[in-house]
Design a protein around this ligand. Structure first.
Ligand SMILES: Cc1ncc(COP(=O)(O)O)c(C=O)c1O
Length: 365
């Protein structure tokens, strides 16, 4: 056996924090956890037509070498039209898209200002960049403005439309105003808004008709779209730039044709799921109005948060819920700040009001 005992030091730290992660397969529980907000996966809505039998199975290289194909280019064109963007570039995942975008565009001497609660994929992209970076307090435009006063070079402001761990929405109009004042480029990650926010699930930016003020938008396909991959939206020049400089795009094998077909199918499907969005918003309202003996964050999105400080306490509560067949996951420190450990309850169009009510009753015990 190979001696890799040196790995134990950090693993033991995790265990001491009661934050050791393991993979589990969950069956026969009520889903209050997955990103399948509209039930696209649960209801098997992404079946391909018989024409798709012709699709090549597998992938042969990066898109700059042998991996490019007509269907992925058509899908990008359709997505760009749907999102009212000049151009669209598909990446293999939201993680890759954020890393590619943020590591390649801001240069040495530039400044990145990012919301303190941003997703790890954006943070990792920022870490790979040679630009200076500073966080601003969550959704705090005044704090952002203070930091903008000291920013140098090209300035990039990065945020999420719906925050993945808090479920709240960024103050987009105010952010745009302050970015305009300081000539900063706004980048917005719409991962959790895709499919959910807006009449057709087009996301927050288009819902407010602000797409022309955006430097770049990112939509992921792994949440409400029910598949895999992500797209960066922006100008044709931005697309050309990413094809030339985003290393996570250049040095990675292209998504196979089947995945592009499924993404295309998802974009034909989720905009039409009006009843699902309606029911989902009713459940959100129901949960927000419920009385529970814990702090509940205000959220108008499927991500509902109940704060239960301490890894031990939150693990005990989530285990109890799991035993009662509710698939609700705890979010532990260090994923969130100490004291802000939480249950992240995800609501879906396929959850019934009764299921949500029984979860609420369980939380009251
Ligand atoms: C805000 C945000 N951006 C990006 C990602 C990464 O997307 P993907 O799962 O497609 O890699 C996630 C995934 O959790 C996310 O929540």
């Amino acid at each position: 056996m190979y001696n890799d005992e040196f790995l134990n030091k950090k693993l033991n730290e995790r265990k001491q924090q009661n934050a050791f992660r393991t993979l589990r397969i969950i069956k026969d529980k009520i889903d209050f956890c997955s990103n399948d907000y509209l039930g696209i996966v649960k209801n098997n809505l992404l079946q391909l037509s018989t024409d798709n039998c012709q699709l090549r199975i597998g992938s042969t290289g990066s898109r700059l070498l042998s991996g490019n194909y007509k269907l992925i280019e058509e899908t990008e064109k359709e997505i760009a039209i749907f999102h009212q963007s000049q151009a669209a570039l598909i990446f293999n995942s939201g993680y890759d898209a954020n890393v590619g975008l943020l590591s390649s565009i801001p240069q040495r001497g530039d400044t990145i200002l990012y919301d303190f609660l941003l997703h790890a994929s954006i943070r990792d992209g920022i870490r790979l960049s040679f630009a200076e970076s500073f966080s601003f307090a969550h959704n705090d435009v005044n704090d952002l403005e203070k930091k903008l006063n000291h920013a140098k070079g090209n300035i990039f402001v990065v945020t999420e439309s719906v925050f993945s761990m808090d479920g709240d929405i960024c103050p987009l109009q105010q952010l745009i105003q302050v970015c305009k004042k300081y000539n900063a480029h706004l980048i917005i990650d719409e991962a959790h808004a895709t499919g959910v926010v807006g009449e057709r699930g087009e996301g927050l930016v288009q819902h407010l008709q602000l797409q022309d003020t955006m430097f770049a938008r990112l939509h992921t396909f792994g949440k409400a779209c029910g598949c895999h991959g992500a797209v960066v939206l922006g100008s044709q020049r931005l697309k050309d730039y990413l094809i030339n400089f985003a290393r996570s795009f250049i040095y990675s094998t292209a998504l196979p044709e089947h995945t592009a077909a499924i993404i295309k199918r998802s974009y034909e499907t989720f905009p039409c799921l009006h009843n699902e969005r309606k029911h989902l918003h009713q459940l959100i309202h129901f949960f927000q109005s419920a009385n529970i003996p814990f702090e509940k964050l205000s959220s108008s999105t499927p991500i509902q948060v109940v704060i239960v400080p301490g890894n031990d306490a939150i693990k005990i509560l989530s285990e109890r819920l799991q035993q009662k067949k509710f698939d609700v996951r705890p979010i532990l420190y260090p994923t969130v700040q100490k004291g802000k450990e939480r249950l992240r309850i995800v609501l879906h169009s396929f959850n019934s009001e009764r299921e949500v009510e029984s979860l609420v009753n369980e939380l009251k015990k």
